[in-house]
Ligand binder design. Sequence first.
Ligand SMILES: Nc1ncnc2c1ncn2[C@@H]1O[C@H](COP(=O)(O)OP(=O)(O)OP(=O)(O)O)[C@@H](O)[C@H]1O
Length: 332
Amino acid sequence: MSTPAAIEAIGVSRSFGAVSVVHDATLRVEPGSITALVGPNGSGKTTLMLMLATLLKPDAGSVRIGGHDAGSDTAAARASLGWMPDTLGSWPALTVRESLDAVASMYGLRAAEAGARTAELLELTGLVGLADRRTPTLSRGQKQRLSLARALVHRPRVLLLDEPAAGLDPEARIMQRRILKDLAAEGVGILITSHVLDELDEIASRVVFLRDGRTVDQDDVEQATVAAMRGRDWRIRALDASGLASALEALGLASIAESSLAGQVRTLQISDDAAAAALLASLVTGGARIVEFAPVTSALEQTFVQLAAASSEPGPSQPVPPQSAPETGAEQ
Ligand SMILES: Nc1ncnc2c1ncn2[C@@H]1O[C@H](COP(=O)(O)OP(=O)(O)OP(=O)(O)O)[C@@H](O)[C@H]1O
C-alpha cells in the first residue's frame, strides 16, 4: 500500500456566523516535502491551518493527517502533528526548559527521556543560553524559537507552521530554514505560511495559493508562475560598474543604476529566463566580471502578485456563494 499523504484536506469549509471564511479548500502535502500556503491578508490561511491542526472543526469536508481522519480519529491525527501557531501561548510561571519538559510529559515521555529531548531541542533551536529564563521575558524571536521547539517535542511526522519566521533575526531565519530542510529530508511533511515569500521560495517545493478562502487550482498556479517569470526585472552587479554600463549600452539594453551596500547595481527588464541566460553568457564572454545576476523578486513573489491581482477582478467574495453561481463571462 502506498504511504498516506502527510496532510490531505478535501473540500474543507468553515464559516463564522454568516461569513464564509474558507470554502471548499483542497490540498495535499507529501511526506518529506515542504509546501508553502500563501495568500493575501484575510484570505483564510490561519483558519485553514487551525482546521488542519484539529483545533477548529470544519463545517464540511475532510482532513487526514498522516492517514488519520482528523474528525473521527482526532487523537491519532494530533499525535502525528506538530503545530506552531502564529503567537505562542505559554505558561508564564515556567522557564523555557520547564515548558519543554511539560509538553514532553503531556506527550507521555518519561522524565529522563523528556529531559534528554528537551536538551536536544534547546540545542537545535539555539535556546541553551535561555533555558532557565521564564517565558514571558523572551523576545518575540526567542518565543518563536521556543514555539518551534515545542512543536517538535514528540517527533511529529507532520508539521504545520503559521508564520514561523515572524520576528526572527537573519541568523535565526537561516537556522530555522536549515532545521526545516533537515526535517523534510528525514521524511516530515511540512506546511508553512509566511508573508516573507523569498524565505519560502528557498525551502518550499510546492505552493498552495489561498484566495478569498478558496485554494486556487494547481494548474492556475503553474500558469501564473510561468506568466510571472516573463518580463521580470533583473539585477546585475559587476566588479567594474562602468564597464557593465557600457556593455549593456553596447547591446542596446536600457538599464537603471541603483546603489546598494555592495556597490552599484543595474536593473533592467528581461523577457524570460532564456534571454537572461543569453545575456549573462554574452556579458561574461565580453569580459564583464559579473558577481550578481538575479531576478529582483522571486518567482513565488511574482506569482503571488499575479494571483492576488486576479482575485480583485471578479468582485465580491465574502458572502457564501450559491451552489452553482452562473458564470458572468470573466476572462480568466
Ligand atoms: N473567529 C472568527 N470570527 C469571525 N471572523 C473570523 C474569525 N477568525 C477569522 N475570521 C475572519 O476570517 C478571515 C480570514 O482570517 P484568517 O486569520 O484565517 O486569514 P489569514 O489569511 O491568516 O490572514 P493574515 O494573512 O492577515 O494572517 C478574516 O476576514 C477574519 O476577520
